[in-house]
Design a protein around this ligand. Structure first.
Ligand SMILES: NC(=O)c1ccc[n+]([C@@H]2O[C@H](COP(=O)([O-])OP(=O)(O)OC[C@H]3O[C@@H](n4cnc5c(N)ncnc54)[C@H](OP(=O)(O)O)[C@@H]3O)[C@@H](O)[C@H]2O)c1
Length: 249
């Protein structure tokens, strides 16, 4: 086992990359709170699978766009298991438009969930982490933060902000025993990318050096590494998990 019952909270753990992270952390010995916004049944399925495999998990309603929801979710985890020691900010959404036609609601909502959401959860998690002088935070970014992507001005700006937040918090919190890192996936097969046109999906998969799309589990294992003591001297980085998609000219 890599973990020994550390309490982990994953936002957006009901499906996709978040569900894979929940399964990976539980499989390697963490107790896992699976956050969901609306899909309670999906989160319960993730929890049941983990428990069937001998792990420890519970589902928690957690909308990162609401401070009250964040506070209630952390309180529920604390009541069950004690303070959150590993926080994975995975919840995210896209609303793609060229900037010229992007409604202000599409700008605000994407910034609110992808960037302000982690501000809310991290601030709440620090109560317990500072007291314990221990904590690990992993923020799920995207390769578009560094590369840009037409139609995703809102999303790429939010993820670039999240990487900057990661670096600054690593400086603010390192001396308190808290590590803060990010993982930037490339093109991963989930509901988020399912909506893309088939020929565009093929093109982007082929563009990766490895010539294929990534799987949620491949991102989850990188997150597990950064969350574990194996990464005890790593903070403030963004680990790219993209099969070489962002390389080349
Ligand atoms: N898939 C990719 O290729 C890719 C690439 C780079 C980065 N990423 C990032 O990886 C993360 C996971 O993406 P994914 O592909 O797994 O997406 P996904 O399948 O669309 O799942 C998104 C998750 O976020 C949750 N969520 C959305 N809004 C929320 C809110 N306000 N509060 C709490 N949870 C919320 C959803 O909850 P419900 O199920 O309850 O709606 C769901 O669990 C995101 O941060 C995304 O930006 C993905």
């Amino acid at each position: 086992m890599i973990f020994s019952g550390e309490v982990a909270l994953i936002t957006g753990g009901s499906r996709g990359i978040g569900a894979a992270i929940a399964q990976e952390l539980a499989r390697t010995g963490a107790r896992v709170a699976v956050g969901y916004r609306r899909r309670h049944e999906a989160a319960e399925r993730v929890v049941s699978e983990i428990i069937q495999d001998g792990g420890d998990a519970l589902s928690i309603e957690l909308d990162v766009s609401s401070s009250d929801s964040v506070d209630a979710a952390f309180s529920q985890v604390e009541d069950a298991w004690g303070p959150v020691e590993i926080l994975i900010n995975n919840a995210g959404l896209t609303q793609d438009h060229l900037l010229l036609r992007m409604p202000s609601s599409g700008w605000s909502e994407v910034l609110d969930v992808n960037l302000t959401g982690p501000y809310r959860t991290i601030q709440r998690s620090l109560r317990g982490m500072l007291r314990a002088r221990f904590g690990v935070i992993v923020n799920i970014s995207s390769v578009v933060a560094q590369r840009g992507n037409p139609g995703q001005a809102n999303y790429s700006a939010a993820k670039a902000g999240l990487e900057a937040l990661t670096r600054t918090l690593s400086l603010e919190l390192g001396s308190r025993g808290i590590r803060v890192n990010a993982v930037a996936p490339g093109f991963i097969e989930t509901d988020m990318t399912e909506a893309m046109a088939g020929d565009w999906k093929d093109e982007i998969s082929n563009r990766a050096a490895l010539g294929r799309a990534g799987r949620s589990g491949e991102v989850a294992r990188a997150v597990r590494f950064l969350a574990s003591a194996d990464a005890s001297y790593i903070t403030g980085i963004t680990l790219v998990v993209d099969g070489g998609l962002s390389l080349g000219l």
